[in-house]
Design a protein around this ligand. Structure first.
Ligand SMILES: *Cc1c(COP(=O)(O)O)cnc(C)c1O
Length: 394
């Protein structure tokens, strides 16, 4: 067992959690033969979750009734973007439904090995906009720092599958970010650093703090952001210790990758509440995925659930043209029609911006319904969310 200090609070959490984190749809982990003897304190220990991730065919086969498409996908995924699923996330999978939104996001299928037209290894041209290792500089005042190549669970639609999931080729040296930090220090226009990966929250607290501290010594850095999926795939990671590290480096904005209402369990709710209570603004980034969240009713439900968690929906992404994701990609129309059915129909805070991250590296471009019917000599003819027409004179 990994030697981790379990705080009093985590013990309390465990007492409250069994079976509080379960909704009707989820299985209690003790119902799954692979986990039936796991101690609840181990289950709540994020190191245990990481160490016991499902990476092998024999393991996933004990949790999911695999179909041939998946069996072949898992066997072929070795050496490409590997499969890794936290036991926690595995409990959310419907074992009998291959179209389960949780399952489709984490279990490889043969579809990943069919390369669709226009698909690329690095669809957003990140490698060609990299002035230092682990750094992408696309916009004038902000940068993207790829802090690690690991995630708790690998998403099959990952846009950075060229980088992530090859655990053996990781650069773990203490000075791995030095060139990136020096680049940011010497470029006074940069006021915002987005730390992503991989998932920065799989780094140990001391490592993450080292990076945050280095960035905070740069006077022109106004805000830091962390892009993560850990509150969704490994909520146990959001411990008091992590919170106490993060609080020191405010203002720190957290962007969480949420794709489906089924991901919002009571356990995830606790993780988000801990972050929000500690004063961190929370946003959500959602990838539009065929058969998973491309119905307006599902997106609306997701947005409503996020607002209840104090998570502000930020972006919906058109699924990037990354190799092997053809089966996840919708028409652009599907995204526009989702925004059409949100804007005006529900709380404005629940309406994210739908964007296409431009192929080749032009940044995120918003696309959405057109509300301007005509515009001439200061006369704007507009339509509202119900289709009624209004005229505005400048
Ligand atoms: C998304 C992204 C950012 C941040 O963009 P915002 O619109 O400010 O959230 C910065 N750099 C890169 C390379 C990005 O892909």
């Amino acid at each position: 067992m990994v030697n981790t200090v379990i705080t009093e609070n985590q013990k309390l959490l465990v007492e409250h959690l069994t079976p509080l984190h379960l909704s009707k749809r989820n299985r209690d982990y003790q119902q799954i033969s692979l986990y039936k003897d796991v101690n609840p304190l181990d289950w709540e220990d994020w190191h245990w979750q990481i160490k016991n991730r499902i990476t092998k065919f024999e393991e996933i086969a004990q949790v999911v009734n695999l179909i041939p498409e998946e069996e072949e996908g898992i066997k072929n995924a070795k050496g490409r973007m590997a499969m890794a699923i936290t036991p926690y996330w595995a409990t959310l999978i419907d074992p009998d439904d291959p179209s389960c939104p949780i399952r489709r996001q984490c279990v490889p299928t043969l579809n990943e090995f069919k390369i669709g037209p226009h698909e690329m290894v690095d669809p957003c041209g990140e490698d060609s906009h990299s002035p230092a290792p682990h750094l992408v500089h696309r916009y004038p005042d902000r940068v993207l720092l790829l802090a690690t190549e690991s995630c708790a669970t690998y998403c099959r639609h990952c846009t950075r599958r060229r980088l992530v999931g090859q655990e053996e080729s990781r650069d773990n040296s203490a000075n791995r970010w030095d060139a990136a930090v020096e680049y940011i220090r010497s470029n006074k226009k940069i006021r915002d650093v987005l730390i992503s990966g991989g998932d920065p929250f799989v780094l140990e607290n001391a490592v993450l703090e080292d990076l945050l501290k280095k960035l905070r010594t740069i006077p022109h850095i106004e805000l830091l952001r962390i892009g993560t999926r850990v509150p969704v795939t490994l909520p146990q990671r959001v411990s008091e210790n992590l919170i106490s590290v993060l609080k020191k480096y405010a203002p720190l904005w957290i962007s969480i990758h949420f794709n489906h209402p089924k991901e919002i369990t009571k356990r995830t709710r606790i993780a988000c509440e801990m972050l929000a209570d500690a004063g961190m603004p929370l946003g959500s980034q959602t990838v539009l995925l065929k058969g998973i969240n491309d119905r307006p009713s599902i997106m609306r439900k997701l947005m409503h659930e996020l607002l209840k968690l104090r998570v502000r929906p930020y972006y919906i992404y058109q699924c990037d043209l990354v190799r092997g994701t053809h089966h996840f990609r919708t028409h652009v129309d599907a995204g526009i029609s989702i925004i059409e059915k949100l804007r005006g129909h529900t709380s404005g805070y629940g309406v994210p911006t739908y964007v296409i991250d431009s192929p080749g590296g032009g940044g995120k471009i918003p696309v959405g319904p057109n509300y301007i019917l005509s515009e001439a000599k200061g006369k704007y003819v507009l339509r509202n969310y119900e289709g009624k027409v209004y005229t505005y004179f400048e």
